[in-house]
Design a protein around this ligand. Structure first.
Ligand code: AMP
Length: 595
């Protein structure tokens, strides 16, 4: 077992306590886990859920594992519905549910609702507080400048009983933890809170970009939560630099910025600066945007964005715009629970591993071997692997028990153990189960795509046309990225084929059929572009099969892949394209719709 002692060698006294905390947690992984479980079970002994399984006050691992089933979100739906509808009895948790966090994972097409309690915010804050002490080991001097971070809140809704439902980051940015944070020279942002807290995404992004440009020499790191968000900001600059340069030149604010709080704070920041406006114009009017980030923000030491998991597809584009700046992935978290952090944030994205902090929840692992999968029946009581007992090189599915009342809940993430830090395992994020397509927060699984394709293909019937085969591709060469669906059609009546207009309509029908997170990304966030159908020549999917068989696939078991990413296959498909069609409108999305 490799023991990494780098955390003890900090030269910065300010961070000694935080680093020592990480050392203490990771040196006592199993003991901390045992205590966390005992604390959770002790507090929640009288909840309806634990009583149902006859835990009778036991707080030890053995009893817990032998009585509490491993579950998914769907198993908990009745309880979640009752809480949403106003049942305040201790169903899952002895502490009152303060709000629901809306996960980007969906169930029956709608975002999952994760109940949370107010003290969870402290736990999240604790994890955030460890990020800079770790980063300071690798990039000192972050107190000498600012971070240009593109951070946003999203619309919130209410359940029938009045509980707020919103994404975890919206909850955090709107909390006192964020709004009343004490001044910390290591965590100064160029974005004013007024801009971060503005619900209108144009006004928010515009102001954040404007401030980033005004303070360009002070910026030491550039970031967003996910890579897709940072690329969206670059795209925004591409479309809006003329107006931004105009505002900087004249010291006046774009008329679309109508939020009084932003107007007020910008009146103190924005002064005419023709030289800066001229510089921005010169850089942005050049067609070549390679290395635009360090050109505009020359003191940037690294990008702070997640480029692991579904975001890996954006690494090369970020490399292009950043001139190869390091891409630091600092944290691994979810609406259910914040898991852990990357103790070597300057590691290349391919080698990033996250250390799950044993104090954040109680973690178990289902061995995940694609050749010999473990099938868990509903409500089963398997003996899962504990955090301290996972083995290097093996893959596992993460199961969590949280202070908010989730018990043995399958998160859906597949992780591989790469190493240990002290006695705490470090995990490479492999993938999320059942996700076929993802551009931003959207996650589309095979079944959802199948349904969407079926709904769209129904429009072909009146043209005596059938869909022979299809596959999909997440095209991230465009910003924002978009879904591409390759269709092979059998057109029986060549005198009356489906027109361009009909195929455009098929694109829209597909979008209407996809889940609410997809539609929100399309409509409210503009983080996913219009869906595209590429009609390919007859026989293309047979060629695809020949190709797969030539590479070792079995003829008997061959199935057309429902999603492709391997470049030669995408090239093969693209070389057979007869026509392309884009969704002509945005799908329907209603922010108010909730349970
Ligand atoms: P949500 O519940 O919408 O907050 O999404 C949480 C999910 O995002 C996790 O379960 C992971 O699948 C994914 N995720 C979060 N952090 C990372 C990360 N650092 N790398 C890869 N995927 C991540």
């Amino acid at each position: 077992m490799a023991v990494d002692s780098s955390l003890s060698s900090s030269k910065n006294d300010k961070f000694a306590k935080a680093l020592q905390f990480i050392e203490d947690m990771t040196k006592n992984t199993d003991k901390v886990q045992e205590n966390v479980l005992a604390e959770i079970l002790g507090r929640n002994a009288d909840t309806e859920y634990l009583r149902r399984f006859n835990l009778i006050g036991a707080t030890d691992r053995d009893t817990f594992k032998s009585k509490i089933p491993v579950i998914t979100y769907e198993d908990l739906l009745p309880e979640i519905q009752r809480i949403a509808n106003g049942d305040r009895s201790p169903i899952l948790c002895s502490q009152p549910i303060s709000e629901f966090l809306t996960s980007s994972g969906t169930s029956a097409g709608e975002r999952k609702l994760m109940p949370t309690i107010s003290e969870e915010m402290d736990r999240r804050q604790l994890l955030y507080s460890l990020l800079i002490p770790v980063m300071d080991l690798y990039v000192p001097g972050l107190d000498k400048g600012k971070g240009l971070y593109f951070l946003f809140i999203k619309a919130e809704t209410k359940t029938p009983s009045g509980l707020v439902a919103r994404p975890v980051l919206t909850s955090y940015y709107k909390s006192d933890h964020f709004k009343n944070r004490p001044y910390d020279p290591y965590n100064v942002y160029t974005s004013p809170d007024e801009a971060i807290l503005c619900l209108d995404s144009f006004q928010s992004m515009y102001t954040q970009m404007l401030c980033g440009l005004l303070m360009r020499h002070q910026v030491l790191r550039v970031g967003a939560v996910f890579a897709s968000g940072l690329l969206r900001a670059i795209r925004f600059l591409q479309t809006n630099w003329r107006q931004l340069a105009h505002d900087i030149s004249t010291g006046s604010l774009h008329p679309r910025i109508t939020d009084p709080a932003i107007q007020e704070c910008m009146s103190k920041i924005l002064k005419p600066n023709p030289d800066l406006a001229e510089f921005i114009t010169k850089e942005c009017e050049d067609d070549n945007w390679e290395g635009i980030i360090p050109r505009i923000w020359p003191n940037t030491k690294y990008l702070d964005v997640i480029v692991t998991g579904a975001m890996a597809q954006y690494r090369s584009l970020l490399d292009f715009y950043s001139g190869g700046l390091p891409q630091a992935c600092t944290m691994y978290a979810s609406s259910e629970c914040y898991f852990g952090l990357n103790l070597k944030p300057m590691t290349k994205p391919d080698d990033v591993s996250y250390t799950i902090m044993p104090n954040m929840g109680y973690f178990e692992f289902i061995p995940h071997d694609t050749a010999d999968p473990v099938e868990l029946s509903r409500g089963s009581l398997p003996r899962l692997v504990d955090l301290a007992d996972v083995e290097v090189g093996k893959e596992y599915e993460l199961v969590v028990t949280t202070y908010s009342g989730l018990c043995r809940y399958r998160v859906g993430d597949i992780l591989r153990v790469t190493d240990f830090h002290n006695l705490a395992p470090q995990f490479k994020f492999i993938r999320r189960k059942n996700v076929l397509l993802s551009i931003d927060a959207d996650k589309t699984d095979e079944l959802e795509l199948q349904k969407a394709v079926e709904n769209a293909a129904a429009l072909l019937r009146e043209f005596d046309t059938t869909l022979v085969e299809y596959t999909s591709y997440a095209d991230t060469d465009t910003i924002p990225g978009h879904y591409v669906i390759y269709w092979e059609l059998l057109i029986r009546d060549q005198t009356n084929p489906p027109s361009h207009g009909v195929l455009e309509k098929c694109c829209l029908v597909m979008e209407e059929s996809l889940n609410s997170v997809y539609r929100q990304c399309r409509v409210a966030d503009n983080s996913v572009g219009p869906l595209e159908i590429r009609v390919v020549k007859n026989g293309t999917f047979e060629e695809l099969m020949d190709y797969a068989i030539s590479r070792g696939a079995s003829i008997n078991q061959y199935k057309a892949p429902r999603c492709v990413s391997f470049t030669p296959i995408v090239e093969l498909l693209d070389a057979r394209v007869l026509s392309v069609h884009f969704s002509p409108a945005t799908p329907h999305w209603n922010p108010g719709k909730r349970v």
